[in-house]
Design a protein around this ligand. Sequence first.
Ligand code: HEC
Ligand code: HEC
Ligand code: HEC
Ligand code: HEC
Ligand code: HEC
Ligand code: HEC
Ligand code: HEC
Ligand code: HEC
Ligand code: HEC
Ligand code: HEC
Length: 304
Amino acid sequence: MRNIDLCRSFGLLVLAAFNVAAQPALPAGYVGSETCQACHQEIYDAFQKTPHEAIETSKKHDFQGIACESCHGPAQKHIDNPSAATIRNPGKIPAEAADKVCLSCHLNQATQAGRLLSSHMKDQVSCTSCHKVHANGGHSLVARKPAAINEQCASCHLAVWAEFQRPNHHKLPEGAMSCVDCHNPHGSIRPAMGQVFAGNEPGCFTCHGDLRGPYTFEHAPVRFESCSTCHEPHGSANPRMLTRQEVRFVCLECHANLPSPVSTNSALGVAPPSFHNLLSPVYQNCSVCHQKVHGSYVDRNLLK
Ligand code: HEC
Ligand code: HEC
Ligand code: HEC
Ligand code: HEC
Ligand code: HEC
Ligand code: HEC
Ligand code: HEC
Ligand code: HEC
Ligand code: HEC
Ligand code: HEC
């Protein structure tokens, strides 16, 4: 160990003696970031202001002085024969290969929890589809403002974006919220990449904490299924963003003597007691009496 270190410093000393501007010895095949500057001045200059500049000096990664090549690979061949064919461009290679480049440093960071299970990787949407390392001077590396995030997601998820144009919706089109309030773009073990908070609620409790419970008398589907059993959080014709235009149709999907039309609803409720005359308007608006549909602290029939 010692000997190698000594040799190295000796080597450096010798180099320094001959050439004041000498770089520390680079791994074979690497040429150093400053070499790129000569031909890619604009990108080089903009890069100095991006978070990835840290690679240039960081002791955490093994790319001191060769940050450009941490993503583009050793560039000696490219310098000998400068053309697009002689260098790796993570924006052009297959998604899986591009992700490997990024994950060589970003694997197992908190934000990537479950990344490998996520739909986006499975469906060939790579890191570079959402994170533009250089575009716009590096300013578009991460979309942070809700409007910018929504625009990015909506560029592929047109159908979902259309759901937000329904009369009652979370205020995404207005720029007050974003998709990542409920979804983790990097994937999660939850269905539909829901943000994990509690039970199977994709992040709903961050904002609707008053509904968290635990209740003395739980309403089974709230506890055991998901909020989206009854709600369409992207947008709905119902003012409470219910899956059906009227409350009773939501309830009767489970509380009837009939099999549930929704095949995924395994939890069938009991039929309402017979005094519920469903032909009478009085009994059609279930939540007028059953006010605590999410669970009650005092009443097993969820009346108060
Ligand atoms: C001597 C000039 C020169 C130097 C030095 C140079 N390049 Fe290039 N680079 C080029 C040329 C020419 C192209 C091809 C441009 C084109 O086809 O539009 C290119 C293209 C690229 C591309 C795009 C490839 C693609 O598929 O689109 C990348 C990435 C790249 N260079 C990275 C680097 C990096 C990293 C360095 C420093 C390690 C570097 N270059 C140093 C001349 C140079
Ligand atoms: C964190 C990884 C990463 C680092 C570090 C990096 N690049 Fe890139 N580079 C990319 C990706 C990804 C693309 C594809 C386009 C994009 O995402 O902006 C790219 C594209 C390019 C291109 C092609 C032109 C273009 O806009 O498509 C050039 C040239 C280039 N990089 C040069 C450099 C130079 C010079 C450095 C160092 C100053 C550098 N890169 C550092 C990831 C990186
Ligand atoms: C050589 C290591 C390395 C590689 C490879 C790498 N990164 Fe990074 N990345 C960093 C460092 C260092 C930071 C600075 C923040 C930090 O310390 O985490 C960073 C930060 C980021 C950030 C967050 C910026 C912010 O404002 O918080 C994003 C997004 C990112 N990288 C995306 C990518 C993408 C996409 C790729 C692949 C094209 C990539 N990175 C490849 C080391 C790397
Ligand atoms: C579908 C789009 C999308 C994909 C694909 C994606 N990201 Fe992100 N990423 C985002 C968004 C949006 C944010 C900002 C999240 C926020 O503000 O909560 C982000 C944030 C980040 C951050 C910064 C974390 C922080 O909060 O500071 C890093 C690092 C990062 N992504 C790396 C990656 C890497 C590496 C990959 C590929 C393995 C990747 N991302 C794939 C959309 C994406
Ligand atoms: C480059 C295109 C692209 C972008 C940008 C994109 N997605 Fe996707 N997303 C896909 C594809 C492809 C799938 C898989 C097919 C599908 O379910 O539609 C997918 C699937 C999903 C799923 C469903 C996962 C499942 O298990 O059913 C969610 C949730 C999602 N994306 C959220 C987001 C969010 C949030 C953003 C913005 C941060 C985003 N996407 C940006 C292409 C994209
Ligand atoms: C208020 C929370 C919330 C917001 C905001 C939100 N989603 Fe969702 N999203 C959900 C829930 C809940 C589901 C359904 C999960 C389930 O059925 O298990 C879902 C399902 C999805 C799915 C898979 C099923 C489908 O409908 O195709 C995609 C894709 C998706 N969302 C994309 C997006 C995109 C893109 C945005 C931003 C434009 C967004 N979501 C904003 C909560 C949200
Ligand atoms: C980032 C905060 C946030 C998250 C996360 C969130 N919501 Fe909301 N939600 C709101 C706000 C703010 C409103 C207020 C009404 C509006 O936008 O007009 C609302 C309204 C609602 C309404 C209509 C209530 C009314 O008074 O009309 C329902 C139902 C709802 N949310 C369900 C959900 C579900 C289900 C989830 C999880 C999939 C969820 N929300 C996640 C912030 C959030
Ligand atoms: C069994 C069906 C069902 C489930 C499951 C359900 N809700 Fe509701 N929710 C309703 C009904 C029905 C209303 C409207 C009540 C009314 O008419 O006033 C409602 C109203 C709301 C409201 C607005 C009024 C209020 O009570 O604050 C919010 C916010 C809400 N739900 C969020 C959620 C969240 C978050 C979840 C998941 C934890 C969830 N809901 C699960 C049926 C359900
Ligand atoms: C996804 C199916 C489902 C939906 C939708 C649903 N419920 Fe339920 N509900 C259940 C299940 C399962 C139980 C527990 C039944 C049991 O204990 O036998 C239950 C219990 C109840 C109870 C208490 C009965 C008891 O004995 O504990 C009432 C009252 C009730 N639901 C009313 C409603 C109302 C009102 C709606 C519409 C806003 C509704 N439910 C929507 C499945 C559902
Ligand atoms: C006028 C008020 C009122 C309306 C409207 C109403 N209910 Fe009820 N419901 C009650 C009362 C009171 C009870 C409790 C009966 C008891 O004490 O046994 C009850 C009990 C129930 C139960 C519990 C049955 C059991 O065996 O424990 C269910 C399920 C139910 N209602 C569903 C519904 C559904 C679905 C609707 C809408 C179609 C509805 N209710 C509308 C007053 C109402």
